[in-house]
Write a protein that binds this ligand. Structure first.
Ligand SMILES: *[C@@H]1O[C@H](CO)[C@@H](O)[C@H](O)[C@H]1NC(C)=O
Ligand SMILES: *[C@@H]1O[C@H](CO)[C@@H](O)[C@H](O)[C@H]1NC(C)=O
Ligand SMILES: *[C@@H]1O[C@H](CO)[C@@H](O)[C@H](O)[C@H]1NC(C)=O
Length: 222
């Protein structure tokens, strides 16, 4: 009798805790109506705009749980297919609960800084929807893992069309040029993020992100 009561209290308590954590998670991943370019999925990664110039934005992201997978490759194009298909399998049932998990946006690709023909470690991540932030189903594929993206500020440059080695190189070069000497950001990698499915042909939106180091800077005269 006492044991039953104890269990009931535990269930009640963990239910309450779950509710509180889900509410918190909703501040990071939420309805896509809150982002004008995030239109193809029900939930999007949310951010606060810190400041912007004609060329770039500074955004603040809260820490959030992701499902990720790595691939050693020379080119973005060759890394994209195996990583996307592994993560897609995870959200369509290759997980400990056999759950279908909703697709969210953006899809984040971590791009190593390297020589054009050298190989490097690429990483693709999907953002887990709010309802799976607290307790993500475990991946059954050993190359897929759950991780937490720490809270961060990023310098963001947006572009339309298709993400490729060529466009990614061009816009990361353009963003690094727009950031004046003395503006600090993490070196050795950047993020390339996309908001559209490959079948969308118009109004595509992509971004290059550099992780801010120190205080973010927006020069209003550039
Ligand atoms: C998104 O919108 C739906 C319907 O308007 C609502 O029920 C739901 O709570 C919202 N979710 C988030 C994460 O804001
Ligand atoms: C944006 O700022 C508000 C107010 O400070 C905060 O409650 C919210 O969590 C922030 N959201 C993100 C994604 O940083
Ligand atoms: C995946 O790649 C990232 C970025 O290069 C690296 O930091 C991380 O250790 C790698 N993880 C695995 C499991 O290989």
């Amino acid at each position: 009798m006492q044991r039953t009561q104890h269990c009931a209290a535990m269930i009640y308590f963990s239910g309450l805790l779950g509710f509180l954590l889900v509410v918190t998670a909703e501040a990071k991943v939420g309805n896509s109506s809150q982002g004008s370019f995030c239109t193809e999925t029900k939930q999007c990664l949310l951010f606060n705009l810190t400041c912007q110039t004609r060329n770039y934005q500074v955004r603040r992201y809260e820490s959030v749980k992701l499902v990720s997978t790595n691939e050693t490759a020379r080119f973005l194009e060759t890394a994209m297919f195996p990583t996307f298909s592994r993560l897609y399998k995870y959200i369509t049932g290759e997980n400990s609960d056999d759950k279908n998990i909703e697709m969210t946006a953006p899809v984040i690709m971590r791009i190593p800084e390297k020589g054009a023909f050298e190989s490097g470690d690429f990483k693709m991540s999907f953002i887990l929807p709010a309802e799976h932030q607290m307790n993500p189903p475990k991946p059954t594929c050993k190359e897929v893992y759950i991780e937490e993206m720490k809270e961060m500020s990023v310098y963001v440059m947006s572009y339309g069309g298709w993400m490729s080695t060529l466009t990614d190189n061009w816009y990361s070069y353009t963003l690094s040029s727009a950031l004046k000497a003395g503006i600090k950001y993490s070196k050795g990698f950047h993020y390339s993020v996309g908001y559209n499915s490959p079948t969308t042909l118009t109004d595509r939106h992509n971004e290059v992100w550099f992780v801010v180091e120190g205080d973010p800077v927006c020069y209003s005269n550039v």
